[in-house]
Design a protein around this ligand. Structure first.
Ligand code: M6R
Length: 599
């Protein structure tokens, strides 16, 4: 997730772009850059770190420009450094582009362009766009060359481009990454999100996938890649700045819950390719792995617990899961041929870092699953698999959790194939279901208001119990953690079979019990557990993927192994609405920090 701002109009715009980028820093702040058009030339300035570093450079240079593009980066391909910062230029520095998203087919495109003599400066996927435009400009004007380029790239993108020889003109395209047009009196803005231009205009056009925009000094046209006009409505946005930053949602947590189909999609997209390319291990190395240690904290620990079921089930290798704070201070009889996997959203959790250091000292290969490029954990790891969520702002982790599961599930299935524990046909069948996740997630999101109503029924209760079996057990733990951390209520998750061994004693008249009941061999057992607690007075709320119970929260059924990733979304909503009803500070709950950098 990165932020784009562009402007063409009658106002000097370097400050407009810098101010816009500052408003988009919530989308990433690894580096920032700007390309300003002046006298048929493009001047590009970049700075690592926050937008204020770029602002100092821009002030020093004092360039007067009326047409410019800017970018604040959240690194995905290539580490955060000046060379990888946007904007990117072609070979002759006459084209400049900014990009948010992932160009899936950049590797073959880059190879082809290199064969034609193009020289690349960065390690990004984005730079390929500038070179493609340059190549296409050999036979046509900027508008046509840009449209041809968009036909050639595959993936998710919001792109804006300048061409020095056609001053005042910005070309832009959108597919699966947000892009909004801001129509002001004296110019036209283009941005990843409304806050970037809200100080200048509240007239916004939310572009649709496949749209191409051409801006020329205060005027704009929207068409498709075949230049067919696309009529789009101008909306009046009546949000204040903070609401706009949250995309109109009341809290970042709710926005991030809703972002899950997109972050799952972006993550899945990066997991395509050969086993070695994607997972950084040769098949020969994979065959030497005799077991896996999965170590993490909090929500990432629950993702690790869930992954254990997948790795043991599909790849049939033993897995040990432990919280990093325990792993660090225990004498471990390390097995040298086990792979150590650390899971962390921030990549800065002190306990996880300490556990990695232990594993490294013991000579283990370290793989990490992480959301932040260049973070400490990625630097300590031999291999990093990224979740592509963009910054997660709410303290309560939501989209990072489901994306961690996407990565770990993909690893489990691919490892199983590499080890010969799944046939190609079995693998294809399971993987095609995994790829349906973004669409299935949208179905769970459509349960929002039903879950809100359920939350209203129980938010005054003091104790909440979450039950699950097998791979839904970690989801019960995660559901309880979510509720605890943002509502401050007492909540506990249990393996449902365990409750009769003690915890059932806490059930009294009206105690809410959230039961995860997927179809499959354990469905009947779970239903019996529900009866056991009901008989003691519990108010049971079931989360099911079979349709027969009208009162249950319904999860779409695709394959049993997807139930945890889908059902957790229902529990995120549940925790969210209880916290809202209790008037809690949802995004910044008391006593907690987003990243725990002390042991
Ligand atoms: O950044 P990390 O994934 O390493 O953070 C680990 C935990 O601190 C984190 O998941 C925490 O439990 C969340 N607040 C849960 O919502």
């Amino acid at each position: 997730m990165c932020g784009i701002v562009a402007y063409s109009g009658k106002k000097e715009c370097s400050k407009l772009i810098i101010d816009g980028l500052k408003k988009l820093e919530y989308r990433g702040y690894d580096s920032a850059g700007i390309s300003l058009e002046k006298d048929n030339e493009i001047i590009t300035l970049k700075a690592v770190g926050r937008v204020e570093n770029l602002e100092k450079l821009v002030k020093k240079e004092e360039i007067q420009s009326f047409c410019a593009i800017g970018h604040t980066r959240w690194a995905t391909h290539g580490k955060p450094c000046e060379i990888n910062s946007h904007p990117h230029n072609d070979c002759t520095d006459t084209i400049s582009i900014v990009h948010n998203g992932i160009i899936e087919n950049y590797a073959p495109l880059k190879a082809e362009l290199e064969r034609k003599g193009h020289i690349f400066k960065s390690q990004t996927d984005s730079e390929v766009v500038a070179h493609l435009i340059e190549e296409n400009l050999k036979t046509q004007d900027f508008t046509h060359a840009f449209c041809q380029t968009i036909k050639q790239v595959r993936g998710a993108y919001a792109i804006a481009a300048l061409y020095a020889k056609e001053p005042g003109k910005i070309m832009a395209a959108k597919n699966q990454s947000p892009l909004v047009l801001g129509v002001a009196k004296d110019g036209v803005f283009l941005a990843s999100d409304v806050p970037a231009f809200l100080a200048h205009t509240n007239k916004a056009i939310f572009l649709e996938d496949g749209d191409i925009v051409q801006i020329e000094i205060s005027t704009y046209k929207i068409f498709n890649t075949d230049l067919k006009a696309q009529p789009r409505k101008v909306n009046e946005v009546n949000w204040d700045f903070t609401t706009a930053q949250k995309g109109g949602y009341k809290h970042f947590m709710l926005k991030e819950i809703y972002e899950q189909p997109r972050s799952a999609q972006d993550t899945l997209r990066t997991l395509k390719g050969s086993f070695e390319q994607v997972f950084g291990l040769t098949k020969k190395e994979a065959k030497k792995i005799k077991g896996v240690y999965l170590v993490a904290c909090g929500t990432a620990y629950h993702a690790s617990l869930c992954a254990k079921y997948m790795l043991e089930d599909f790849a049939q290798i033993p897995v040990e899961v432990e919280t990093a704070s325990e792993f660090k201070y225990r004498k471990i009889a390390f097995c040298k041929d086990w792979l150590f996997i650390a899971v962390s959203q921030s990549g800065e959790t002190a306990d996880t870092i300490a556990a990695i250091k232990n594993a490294k000292e013991a000579g283990l290969k370290v793989m990490s699953v992480c959301n932040v490029v260049g973070s400490t954990i990625t630097r300590l790891s031999d291999i990093t698999l990224y979740t592509h969520c963009g910054p997660e702002i709410s303290v309560a982790s939501t989209k990072a959790f489901t994306s961690q599961l996407v990565v770990l599930y993909s690893f489990a299935l691919n490892l199983a194939l590499a080890l010969g524990r799944l046939t190609q046909t079995e693998f294809d069948n399971l993987y095609s279901s995994l790829e349906k996740l973004p669409e299935l997630m949208k179905e769970v999101l459509s349960q929002d208001s039903k879950i809100k109503e359920l939350a209203k029924e129980v938010f005054t209760k003091k104790d909440f119990i979450f039950l699950g079996r097998n791979s839904s057990y970690p989801i019960a733990l995660e559901g309880a953690l979510k509720l605890k951390e943002i509502s401050y209520l007492h909540a506990e998750g249990f393996a449902a079979g365990e409750i009769k061994h003690g915890p059932i004693a806490v059930i009294e008249e009206g105690t809410p019990v959230l039961a995860l009941v997927p179809q499959g061999v354990l469905e009947e057992k779970m239903l019996s557990n529900c009866q056991e607690v009901k008989a003691r007075g519990a108010q049971v709320i079931m989360i099911r993927d079979s349709k027969e119970k009208a009162k249950a929260i319904h999860i779409p059924f695709e394959k049993e192994f997807l139930f945890p990733i889908l059902s957790v979304i229902a529990l995120q909503f549940f925790a969210y609405y209880i916290a809202v009803l209790k008037g809690r500070d949802v995004d910044r709950p008391r006593n907690l920090a987003k990243s725990v950098t002390v042991e």
